[in-house]
Design a protein around this ligand. Sequence first.
Ligand code: FAD
Ligand code: FO1
Length: 504
Amino acid sequence: MAPACSKKRVRALTSNTEPMASATAPVMYWMSRDQRVDDNWALLRACDLARERGAPVVIAFNLLTKYLGAGARQFGFMLRGLRELEAKARAAKATFAMTYGDEPAAAIDALAKKIGAKTIVCDFSPLRDGVRWRKDLAVLSEKRGAHVEECDAHNVVPCWEASDKLEVGARTLRGRLAKRYPEFLKEFPAIPDDLVEYDGPAIDAVKWDDLLAEALKRGEAVPEVTWAIPGETAARAVLDDFVANRMKLYEKRNDPSKPRALSGLSPWLHFGQISAQRCALEAKKAVGKASPAAYDSFFEELVVRRELADNFCYYCPGQKYDEMEGQKYDWAKDTLRAHAGDKRPYIYTLEQLERAQTHDDLWNAAQRELRYGGKMHGFCRMYWAKKILEWTESPEQALKWSIYLNDTYSLDGRDPSGYVGCMWSIVGVHDQGWKEREVFGKIRYMAYDSTKKKFNIPDYIARVNALVKAAKSDFKTGEKSSAANPGLFSIDVSGVKRKADAMA
Ligand code: FAD
Ligand code: FO1
């Protein structure tokens, strides 16, 4: 049988570029960013290598104790998704193993040594920590003659194939990606059904309930949200509902009072519980239920903008994707510096922002949607970040605080799209200069008065108020009311139908 995964998706991280030939030693897939069994090129690559050798596949995941401010909300979502994944992997005859600690390379290397794995496939991350972890594992593995490679399972076009440099913006990346779709935007093969089962040294059973209890306790300051059902099954249900019933509304995506127009997929995409490529393929199949314009706009965000964010984080100088200094955008840095001394109309502390205690009812609603719902509407995110620039002492502080709030409260935070979203709003990344004004200089401005002409702000505020009420009550009662879902869509998993309010 031909290999399932194209070699163009894969690159070696160790110098012994050919995967080690070994009949029975397992092939290990170190899963990190792409936490799913279905539609996962890195897992398919591990299966290809295992089948060539008649060897088993072990999927290893290293659990951190802390990650960029994530709390119970995010660790809970991730762990519950992984618990589902373990069972799914078992059904496919792949074995799931968990390692622990904040030095993932050392933990993964120790497990690889224990089970005799000499071929390790990693998924890809453009973030500093992800790049370092994989390099560290390559160094450790090289010492014991093991081979490590990475396979981009997150992007439709592998980040390094799409471009080998920092792109100016969507304008320049769009065409490069389009040229490669015939090669990469293809249907996924199923996991082969003839994998050999692992029967090497014992792998410790994962104590899911204990791990969850620990993570929830440690991160209790930011509790789980009840609406976001974790895992691959729920992710697919959200996608199916979106393409069948809601993609037709996508042209209204910039209206926060119509939240069902958004896919709502970002939490699952962030944790890799669904593949963006799968979303693109299903959206294409369902174009007749929406419109070509709705499909094109969705594809632009899902593929072009999302993959542009990976390009930025991976290639920006020194990987300082969350800092103003070090960026190539001289016009933006110059203009922000020139206006650093401008008097701000309001100055708020981080605590006032966090508690949504500003003079601006729209901004407060957006912050409350983030804090209690775990996901802010996409349009509001721009307004929200730009106002943080306007109401803090410096662009550096604005950037730091917006990233802190986003990473702490958003399910989909700690993601390239989040860093780029904040950098776009505050530092002009991927944007151009606009009419010069106080504080912002030439950075694009957003005003309350013009925003209120674009959508019905009171409707949005009323929806957020209902969300906060439902979320607070759900936290106490353990209910899962649909009003607590920022997207007001239903997630129909295993016959459990959650009815969303009929607000399209
Ligand atoms: P949909 O409109 O349905 O889009 C589908 C998918 O396309 C999204 O899930 C996402 O993967 C991708 N996408 C959509 N818009 C963008 C964009 N502008 N840039 C890159 N990818 C995009 N996105 C995150 O995933 N995580 C974040 O932490 C995050 N923080 C942001 C912060 C700010 C200040 C800004 C301006 C944007 C941020 N975004 C972030 C981008 C975007 O707002 C979200 O991806 C989107 O709102 C997620 O909701 P959805 O899945 O319902 O969106
Ligand atoms: N990845 C891991 O490999 N282990 C973790 O424990 C882990 C926790 C985590 C928490 C919040 C979050 O948003 C993501 C998390 N991830 C974790 C995934 C992480 O985003 C990816 O590993 C990135 O690729 C790292 O660069």
